[in-house]
Ligand binder design. Sequence first.
Ligand SMILES: Nc1ncnc2c1ncn2[C@@H]1O[C@H](COP(=O)(O)OP(=O)(O)OP(=O)(O)O)[C@@H](O)[C@H]1O
Length: 382
Amino acid sequence: MTARDRTRAPETPGSTRGPDRVPETPGAASGQDRTPETPGEASGQAPAPQGRPGTPMLDVRDLRVTYRNGERAVPAVRGVSFTLDRGQTLGVAGESGSGKSTMALSLLRLLAPSAEVSGEVLFEGEDLLTARWARLRAVRWSAASVVFQGAMSALNPVRTIGEQICEPILLHEKVGQREARRRAAELLDSVGVPSRRAGSYPHEFSGGQRQRIMIAMSLACRPDLIIADEPTTALDVMVQAQVLELLGELVRESGIGVIMISHDLSVLSHMCERLAVMYAGRIAEIGPSRQLIAEPRHPYTRALGRAFPTIGDPASRLAPAGLPGDPPTPSELARLSEGRGCAFEPRCSEAVAACRTETVELWPSGPRREAACLRVLEGSGT
Ligand SMILES: Nc1ncnc2c1ncn2[C@@H]1O[C@H](COP(=O)(O)OP(=O)(O)OP(=O)(O)O)[C@@H](O)[C@H]1O
């Protein structure tokens, strides 16, 4: 995508709301911006991110997130690193509680204040974890935006969808009402919702249409990156397939980078060229989707793979077929945090003694592939 005018520091339009991390009322300004900022900062002019030639659009380094509630600490993300180039699609898979949403939402600092985040999130070379709030808000929407599941709770019920799509355009770009309305109409048509319905309210649409409207909103300021967290989970299978198809088309046409989270490997392998499989807050395996699915190197990826085809199957969210035991509980995560050994070892049918004692990291497991498994390192985990 070409560089765009991203000079106006945005407010926080409703649809950037997180799913459940930060409760808020419909239509209220997003509660995600809770850190106090200096007076006048929010209205400051924020320059566009400047990508450096040869650097990835997104470079995530040793990302760690710990939720702290009093004495209790849950290390939900324990050292995640990856890169994403412009126009690339990365799927993030894993069982419930593996840290997918925490990881993705922390990239734009969309987590509740109880989340302590460290590491680096370099977006076009700029670390979003240390960026000032005004700067971060400029990046949200206009450079990187988020699509959540549950569009009804994210859309403002008392404003028309046309108004809601115009809002970020008017806030973030130097355009007038007429141009914003024209863009909103174009966006609605592009996601298959007739633009003549721009004056309708969210409750007048079906679940699938509302999710399409959310996608239109996320595209309103033509971002370079979309983070889609289970964007179709609440929809029935047919509508899910249509919305995914639409998202895929838009991504292919516009060259937007996407990070898509799902429990469902089949959805991700269809939509994304690369796949990261998360387990207990870490990446267990990462590489080209087709190769990961066809020849998984990590025993956990193999177990997840046995669970599909599962589009829309809620059972696969919690217990992939053939995989005994449960993922670590939050308190087990805390014990695991800095210890040696592989977090998956208690459930792994291929584990050896060293898996309990050795430090496990992501090691190269093939062209453009890595897996965090000692057996891969030994050359016997394939
Ligand atoms: N606000 C919070 N406070 C404390 N712990 C939390 C909070 N949010 C998530 N966690 C814990 O962090 C870990 C990772 O949760 P997260 O929601 O990121 O996983 P997930 O892979 O996205 O799961 P799901 O697929 O069910 O959404 C879990 O152990 C979860 O219980």
